[in-house]
Design a binder for this molecule. Structure first.
Ligand code: SF4
Length: 228
């Protein structure tokens, strides 16, 4: 595997202490990405066995496979399997564009967090993805639906970017998806990759609460993730 880092965390797997592995590389270039240069540049080679040897089993209840976009590296299948064999809970963080890889590790996953970054018609503008609207929609919905069918707990999440998005966009997303939990996250402009996106404001808690109400017209379990 090529990885940009690993860290101990108490927030990346709900209510569990986890070790997070960040795999290098990404197929998106999101305008708001906070760490794109490192994600693309830092590539430490490590085998699955070497990584798992570095995990402290006395402190770790869960392994979180994150990135970048971890599904670009097929070794995550072996990683998820071996982590599960060792008795860890396993979570995958993904942008949802590789259902063909996700389908191969679902049997080892307990939790999957899938980005639904914006309404599908805005994806190209926000992420510079190669897929058109229909293609990106099909891939992400396929990842969500396969995960739900497999009985994995599915969190979908959107970082709400004021001025780039509005409440109609949140409604459009909520109408299209199905999940166990939908999270609307607060946007932080300070380290956005695209300078233009540093001009957009951080939304206030009250604004996110209103968006939560909009999403709740379509989804039963909606939360906001607010840092400030
Ligand atoms: S998918 Fe995530 S890691 Fe990749 S560019 Fe977007 S925000 Fe950054």
């Amino acid at each position: 595997m090529e990885v940009s880092g690993m860290e101990f965390s108490t927030i990346d797997f709900p209510k569990k202490a986890s070790t997070v592995i960040f795999l290098s590389g990404c197929n998106f270039r999101c305008s708001y990405c906070h760490n794109l240069e490192n994600i693309l540049k830092i590539k430490h080679s490590i085998t699955v066995k070497e990584f798992l040897k570095r995990v402290d089993p006395l402190l770790t209840e869960a392994i979180v496979i994150s990135g970048g976009e971890p599904t670009l590296q097929e070794e995550i299948i072996e990683l998820a399997r071996e982590a599960k064999d060792l008795g860890y809970l396993v979570k995958l963080d993904t942008n949802g564009t590789r259902p063909e890889i996700v389908s191969k590790i679902l049997e080892y996953l307990d939790y999957i967090a899938i980005d639904v970054k914006c309404p599908f018609y805005k994806y190209r503008e926000l992420t510079r993805c190669k897929e058109n609207e229909e293609e990106i929609k099909n891939k992400i919905l396929k990842t969500i639906n396969l995960s739900l069918e497999a009985g994995v707990y599915v969190e979908c999440r959107t970082t709400y970017i004021p001025k780039f998005m509005d409440s109609k966009d949140i409604e459009e997303i909520a109408k299209n998806i199905n999940c166990n939990l939908y999270v609307i996250q607060q946007y932080d402009p300070t380290k956005a990759y695209d300078k233009r996106f540093r001009e957009f404001p951080m939304p206030k808690r009250e604004e996110l609460e209103k968006l939560k109400e909009v999403a709740e017209r379509y989804l039963t379990n909606v939360k906001i993730r607010c840092y400030w």
